[in-house]
Design a protein around this ligand. Structure first.
Ligand SMILES: C[S@@+](CC[C@H](N)C(=O)[O-])C[C@H]1O[C@@H](n2cnc3c(N)ncnc32)[C@H](O)[C@@H]1O
Length: 286
């Protein structure tokens, strides 16, 4: 039997049940984001990724996540993690730094992506010698090869990119391999709450041309003179909010898998009134 819980089922986690008014907030929209488009010029794609990465770090969005993750490791009996849709690897790095700041050993993580950005992933892996690596070949989150599967899968700030049918395939693949799956998003599909993420993102946007590792002049021009990067960034932010999967939708997908799994959804408070969301499925011991 599958159980689905919301709220404070994980002991020690400072998480909150989602307010009931989210249920009526907005319909999910499967619109496009500029940053997903292969034709987007490299300087824009790079800028948005850098801004998002710094925004995630500065917002403290995963501050409450350590106890939730540690509890999953405890229940599964392993902290070997396959991170899916790792992108440039920064979101998992922020999560690892949050875990490190709160003490204890770091999990052993393998980052992966369907289009692996090997240079960026290698740079992130080098920060955690012996603990973090990456899969150099493409890994499809809906069909993870058995040899790469790990007892825990993570999915950070990426699930909103996928329509429900693919989310279902992603969950089903984890269930089929009896891996736990932990999904994090920086905000719920509720604009007033999601806007609490914007101050960190705006600060990251404004400093990016000064801190970017390369193409600073172009990034400055496209931020301060002709504000293409702010326009694209704001568009993608609003689309991300509209595409985020709500608690009820995820719970229904988890329930539909009919496996021997416990599913749990919750929210984690972060500074300035933000609320990150998590959804995890953990196999019951047989
Ligand atoms: C917007 S990024 C999110 C990445 C990262 N979590 C972040 O916030 O930077 C979405 C990532 O999912 C990857 N992706 C898209 N479809 C995928 C699939 N079926 N399996 C694995 N990764 C996929 C893309 O290549 C991209 O790097």
């Amino acid at each position: 039997m599958t159980t689905v819980r919301s709220g404070a089922a994980t002991p020690g986690a400072l998480h909150l049940p989602a307010p009931a008014h989210y249920n009526h907030a907005m319909q999910r929209v499967q619109a496009f984001e500029f940053n997903d488009q292969p034709w987007l010029p490299g300087v824009l794609h790079e800028s948005i990724t850098e801004i998002l990465s710094r925004g995630v770090r500065w917002s403290g969005v995963f501050a409450g996540m350590a106890p939730v993750l540690r509890r999953v490791f405890e229940r599964v009996g392993s902290d070997r993690v396959l991170d899916l849709c790792s992108g440039a690897g920064e979101p998992i790095s922020v999560l690892l730094d949050t875990l490190a700041a709160q003490g204890g050993t770091l999990p052993e993580v393998m980052m992966s992506d369907l289009f692996p950005n090997r240079a960026a992933l290698a740079r992130v892996a080098a920060r955690y010698p012996g603990r973090v690596s990456f899969a150099p070949a493409p890994v499809d989150a809906t069909r993870v090869p058995a040899e790469l599967s790990r007892p825990v899968r993570t999915f950070i700030n990426a699930l909103h990119h996928f329509p429900p049918a693919l989310v279902s395939a992603i969950l089903a693949d984890a269930v089929q391999s009896r891996s736990a799956i932990v999904i994090l998003e920086s905000f719920p599909r509720h604009l007033p709450t999601a806007l609490r993420f914007l101050p960190a993102l705006t600060a990251a946007l404004l400093v990016n041309p000064l801190r970017a590792p390369r193409r600073r002049a172009a990034k400055a021009a496209l931020t301060y003179l002709v504000p293409v990067i702010p326009a694209i960034g704001l568009f993608d932010f609003l689309v991300s909010v509209a595409r985020t999967h709500q608690r009820e939708e995820l719970e229904a997908l988890g329930r539909g898998l009919g496996a021997d799994y416990d599913w749990e959804h919750g929210e984690l408070a972060y500074p300035l009134g933000g609320r990150a969301t998590f959804f995890h499925g953990v196999p019951r011991p047989r």
